[in-house]
Design a protein around this ligand. Structure first.
Ligand SMILES: Nc1ncnc2c1ncn2[C@@H]1O[C@H](COP(=O)(O)OP(=O)(O)O)[C@@H](O)[C@H]1O
Ligand SMILES: [Mg+2]
Length: 210
């Protein structure tokens, strides 16, 4: 795979579209275990990102990721804004090339995950976006270690991300607003884990069809 500046821009815009399509769904999920604003927060953030991407000339992958992160932090209320914002900003620091291959993408995703864990003081098994992103990243790394093709690796990444979302239904939330519910959070899928899946699936779809 070879992904350049324009492809990254398109992927982020596609993420904006899929967030918009799922705005109500994400908000409904957050209504079950939070404060019913996750879809609204994400939609507001990615609308601002898309607007900026359409208006600004960016010169590198790193610059786009940084801009995205900064806009998310300043436009998204709630926990998810600073968390996703930090993820994109950390990702921007992990790439200084004009084009990225699968290994660069692994580094970017790794940096993003570390950013979220640092910012959220969270780890896997707490019913958050981490339950989607960490297994997805691990599947990607393992697939390349096993010499699978980029396409197969990305497919495994996306499949594990979805399993992560399903897994959040089975566990108790210990981070974020959903933690107030304790055991009553069981049975509900985490909104942030769901938005992370939508993003990962969009990246998968774009790269595999490119
Ligand atoms: N400490 C944390 N670490 C990682 N993810 C978190 C943390 N706290 C919350 N989240 C994620 O944020 C999502 C909620 O986002 P959102 O509704 O936009 O913000 P808020 O909870 O402030 O209303 C949760 O579903 C969860 O995935
Ligand atoms: Mg919320």
């Amino acid at each position: 795979m070879k992904i350049g500046l324009n492809e990254v821009k398109e992927i982020i815009k596609n993420i904006g579209k899929v967030i918009e399509e799922n705005k109500e769904f994400l908000t409904e999920l957050d209504a079950n275990i939070g404060d019913a604003d996750h879809g609204i927060n994400m939609s507001k953030g990615f609308k601002a990102v898309t607007k900026k991407l359409n208006e600004t000339n960016t010169e590198s992958i790193s610059e786009i990721l940084k801009m995205t992160g900064m806009i998310l932090v300043s436009n998204v209320g709630g926990a998810s804004g600073p968390l996703y914002g930090t993820a994109f900003m950390r990702a921007s620091m992990a790439i200084d090339k004009e084009y990225m291959d699968i290994y660069d993408f692994i580094n970017i995703l790794k940096a993003a995950l570390e950013g979220i864990k640092f910012r959220g003081k969270s780890k896997v098994g707490e019913k958050t976006m981490i339950d989607t992103i960490e297994p997805a990243l691990n599947a990607l790394i393992k697939s390349k270690d096993d010499d699978l093709s980029d396409k197969e690796a990305l497919e495994n990444m996306k499949d594990e991300a979805l399993k992560g979302v399903e897994y959040t239904k089975t566990i108790i939330a210990t981070k974020g607003r959903a933690a107030y519910l304790g055991e009553r959070s069981i049975g509900h899928q985490d909104p942030g884990a769901t938005s992370s899946y939508l993003m990962i699936n969009e990246i998968y779809k774009y790269i595999v069809n490119a």
